[in-house]
Design a binder for this molecule. Structure first.
Ligand code: 2M8
Length: 440
């Protein structure tokens, strides 16, 4: 059982009961009938990897809702296996989120409920991990039986249709697919695309009406996001010949690490539902090995994004380059290198959790979205990585740092990497949910 209080980095006691109550109340407020919204104001629909993180925390307080959230998301899975990055709530007006269902223009799922509208891109597959974790807290074999073939189809879509580089890794076709939207990871690949901000005469950005504009991606970023989404949409969301037809095709170390991690979770789920775990373990080992060969730079001690169109690795040192630490079969020296980088002055584990970008980079930006601020979901994953590789002290330091910053500032979307101030939208669901998991 958790002790009633611990200390934050100023040696102030953290009131764990209060923190738990705050987190639970955020999740109660953001529940929307059959799914959780990340935020009532900024993100009023269901997001894919948010649903996974959220359900991991919900399992501790409302397991029925945890299973329900995943079920709602997978009810919107496409016949080709892709799990859309947003499932739109038909009760929310088009003007309340951009780009909404009219922009994505995805027809109703064949044979599916006619009211379901989605985007056509994906997000990291954290859902098998979520299902495995919920089942440990609130076992439900029937839910696992329903999810297992769908989770397998999700992996098959990613590993077959999205292997644009032909090496066995997943490519993403839009920065939104990474979940780390405006990370410096994509700067080099995006710089080769024109940024025609006139497109914003036609569309209205909703995010800058409900959040501080200087914290959000720039108009140049948005012009490119819209151009890439339009290109993929106008090619019918098809994945063949991506290198010829699409301007952004990159392999992200966090996305691929989560894909390998999903195979390991599926191996466990397979045993519960009577399927063969062997192929899942093999795929996890293959992805891990290919990632080390292709995305790891022994010079920086980090993994980097690989641009499939140019055959070059990005030089930016970003938090996604630390994420492969979650993989148990990572060679020991690679894990040691990631652990050292994470604890170094570039990132630093405490008193504040790891920022989204190298603190020493000249363009480190403490306020702008994924270009500096601290995010709880990536730190929660990193903590698992430390624990996985036997770095118990670092795992605990990171856990304390996360609890402390949320206790001081609230369940914000992200946090200032120097002051710990909460930024982005308040009452953000995955922050609340992952705090509940850290407290459990
Ligand atoms: C952010 O992304 C959305 C687009 O998907 C946006 O900026 O409108 C990202 O932080 C992403 O990782 C997250 O899933 C989403 C909802 O929380 O917001």
């Amino acid at each position: 059982m958790e002790q009633a209080s611990t200390e934050d980095h100023d040696h102030q006691p953290i009131d764990l009961d209060r923190l738990r109550r705050t987190a639970e109340s955020v999740l109660r407020g953001n529940w929307s009938g059959d799914h959780m919204v990340p935020s009532r104001t900024l993100y009023p629909h269901q997001w894919s990897w948010d649903a996974a993180f959220i359900s991991i925390g919900l399992a501790h307080v409302a397991p029925d809702r945890a299973w329900r959230d995943l079920r709602s998301l997978f009810t919107a899975q496409w016949p080709d296996g892709r799990v859309p990055h947003i499932v739109f709530d038909p009760g929310v007006s088009e003007k309340d989120y951009f780009p909404g269902p009219a922009f994505w223009d995805v027809p109703p799922l064949p044979g599916g409920p006619s009211h379901i509208r989605t985007t056509g891109i994906v997000q990291p597959p954290v859902h098998a991990l979520a299902a495995r974790m919920i089942h440990r807290v609130a076992p439900d074999v029937e839910e696992l039986r329903w999810l297992y073939p769908r989770l397998v189809a999700q992996q098959e879509y990613l590993l077959k249709q999205r292997d644009a580089g032909g090496a066995g890794l997943v490519s993403i076709v839009h920065p939104w697919e990474s979940g780390l939207d405006n990370s410096p990871s994509w700067d080099e690949a995006l710089a080769r695309l024109p940024a025609d901000v006139r497109v914003l005469d036609r569309y209205q950005r909703r995010d800058v009406q409900v959040a501080v504009a200087t914290h959000r991606p720039t108009n140049d970023d948005y012009a490119r996001y819209i151009a890439l989404a339009t290109s993929y949409r106008d090619n019918g969301y098809q994945d063949f010949d991506l290198l010829e037809r699409h301007g952004f095709v990159v392999e992200c170390p966090a996305f691929n690490a989560l894909t390998a991690d999903a195979e390991l979770a599926l191996a466990e789920i397979a045993q519960v539902v009577g399927a063969d775990p062997g192929p899942h373990r093999e795929r996890a080992a293959e992805i891990t090995q290919t990632m080390v060969e292709r995305l790891f730079d022994p010079g920086t001690g980090l993994f980097h994004v690989f641009d499939v169109r140019t055959g070059k690795r990005s030089e930016a040192r970003c938090v996604n380059g630390l994420m492969p630490l979650i993989l148990p079969e990572l060679p020991q020296e690679v894990a040691a290198s990631l652990a050292a980088e994470a604890a170094s002055g570039r990132f630093g584990l405490s008193p504040l959790p790891v920022p989204s970008y190298d603190r020493t980079a000249p363009d480190f930006d403490p306020l702008r979205y994924w270009r500096g601020p601290v995010w709880i979901n990536v730190n929660w994953l990193l903590r698992r990585g430390f624990a996985e590789h036997g770095y118990a002290l670092q795992a605990e330091a990171l856990r304390q740092a996360m609890l402390s910053v949320v206790d001081r500032s609230g369940c914000f979307e992200y946090f200032h990497p120097i002051t710990g101030e909460g930024i982005g939208t308040p009452e953000f669901s995955w922050t609340a949910a992952l705090v509940l998991d850290l407290l459990a």
